[in-house]
Design a protein around this ligand. Structure first.
Ligand code: C2O
Ligand code: CU
Ligand code: CU
Length: 430
């Protein structure tokens, strides 16, 4: 990035290329390269501008997933960037330190564009919501991991056809991390922070280590947790992020993998990847490791949104590629929260299929899961949540700062095949 008259400016060019995922060269799309895109990074309080140019032969969009920003800058299906065209949204970053990401959001085509390689991370820095004792040297002890499953046809080309009975679209048996298959990471410090993004179209991962070692979950979609959670598994559905801190001994190796899991979707779960074990990344510790402080148990202040502050409750029932029995229509606005108001969304998946809910513009909190307070991994800021079948969730959120009666934000299932199939709706903040 560069500073230009007080703004932090980034350039992103969507372009076609080729990439080798271990099956020979295959056509891909990327930002500023063959596949994926640069990690963008800005501080809270900065005015950013991203100059998006489209060198593809088709229309795309670029959405800033997890970012709190005006709807016209959001990059959803209404902010089209045609072939050869440019789009330069600008906004002031104002939210806690977090691991966000960006990806296309063209209605009906999001799955294809993301699968071909258009995605990248957007890190927000903010001293007030960071913890110095956590590893934070980017690329050294603070490492982003974009995890994506891919499959290939017999000619070694990327294959995005839906799997047999999958119902969720493409599931791959090859895991790429930051575009690399069979990756390892040289670890030089006693502790390493991994910023995990599930950038897959459909696959849900249940991350853990092959030796079942424990790690500290320190952050979720929208920022750090109030306290570190000592665990051996973290489940991420498409679009979700987690920041974990792993402790290593000199010379040892540790394999991050995804374990089989109960997706909570009944008998069809086995066609949706829940039975798979996939190795993701090998950590290789050096013979001597630079010391790093223990993970503090108290991390940051996460102010709670209170039920009493909510002025509106809305039900959301996900079923049959629809939300509340409606499918996405570009010209239909579903509802209009008022600026600065707090709402509670009551969400349930009534299908035998995996679904999630992602909400643009806001970070929400989980008030209840199945009538009870949320477990630690759902206790922080979230923008995407996995919905096991028939479990009720209450999400609470505030629609602050930005109102625009003419430009909608999206809410949708982040299984991209479902989103494209119409499991999405629109709201405007007024
Ligand atoms: Cu990550 Cu509406 O998207
Ligand atoms: Cu989003
Ligand atoms: Cu879904």
């Amino acid at each position: 990035s560069r500073m230009e008259s007080g703004r932090r400016v980034f350039d992103l060019k969507a372009q076609a290329g080729t990439h080798d995922f271990g099956h020979g060269q295959t056509p891909t799309w990327g930002f500023n390269g063959d596949v994926l895109g640069p990690t963008l990074r800005a501080a809270r309080g900065e005015q950013v501008q991203v100059n998006v140019t489209n060198a593809l032969d088709q229309t795309t969009t670029v959405h800033w997933h997890g970012m709190h920003l005006p709807a016209a800058a959001d990059g959803g299906p209404h902010q089209l960037v045609g072939p050869g065209k440019a789009w330069s949204p600008t906004w002031k970053v104002d939210q806690p330190a977090a691991t966000l990401w960006y990806h296309p959001h063209l209605h009906g085509e999001t799955a294809k564009h993301v699968y071909r390689g258009l995605a990248g991370l957007f890190l927000v820095d903010d001293p007030a919501t960071s913890v110095d004792a956590l590893p934070h040297e980017y690329g050294v002890d603070d490492v982003p991991l974009i995890v994506q499953d891919r499959k290939f046809d017999s000619g070694g080309k990327l294959d995005d056809s839906p799997g047999f009975m999958s119902g969720v679209g493409v599931l791959g048996d090859t895991v790429a991390v930051n575009g690399t298959v069979g990756p390892y990471l040289d670890v030089t410090t006693e502790r390493v922070r991994l910023r995990l993004l599930n950038g897959s179209n459909a696959r849900v991962y249940d991350f853990g280590f092959a030796d079942d070692r424990r790690f500290a979950l320190v952050g979720t979609d929208g920022g750090l947790l109030s306290s570190a959670y000592d665990t051996d598994r973290i489940m991420l559905s498409p679009g979700e992020r987690a920041e974990i801190v792993v402790t290593m001994k000199p010379g040892e190796r540790a394999v991050l993998r995804s374990y089989p899991q109960d997706l909570g979707t009944g008998p069809f779960g086995r066609f949706t990847g829940g039975a798979d074990t996939l190795d993701v990344l090998q950590l290789r510790a050096a013979g001597t490791l630079a010391p790093r402080p223990a993970v503090p148990s108290k991390l940051v202040e996460v102010p709670r949104l209170a039920r009493a502050d909510a002025v509106q409750q809305r039900p959301f029932r996900l079923s049959g590629h629809s939300i509340n029995s409606k499918q996405m229509e570009m010209t239909r606005i579903d509802f209009a929260p008022e600026r600065d108001s707090v709402e509670i969304w009551k969400v349930v998946n009534n299908d035998g299929e995996p679904h999630s809910l992602h909400v643009h513009d806001v970070q929400f909190q989980v008030l209840t899961r199945d009538g009870a307070p949320p477990p630690p991994q759902l206790s922080g800021w979230k923008d995407t949540i996995y919905l096991p079948g028939d479990v009720d969730f209450e999400l609470i959120m505030r629609f602050s700062d930005f109102a625009d009666p003419n430009t909608p934000y999206m809410f949708h299932c982040h299984v991209l095949f479902h989103e494209d199939a119409g499991m999405m709706g629109q709201f405007v903040v007024v």
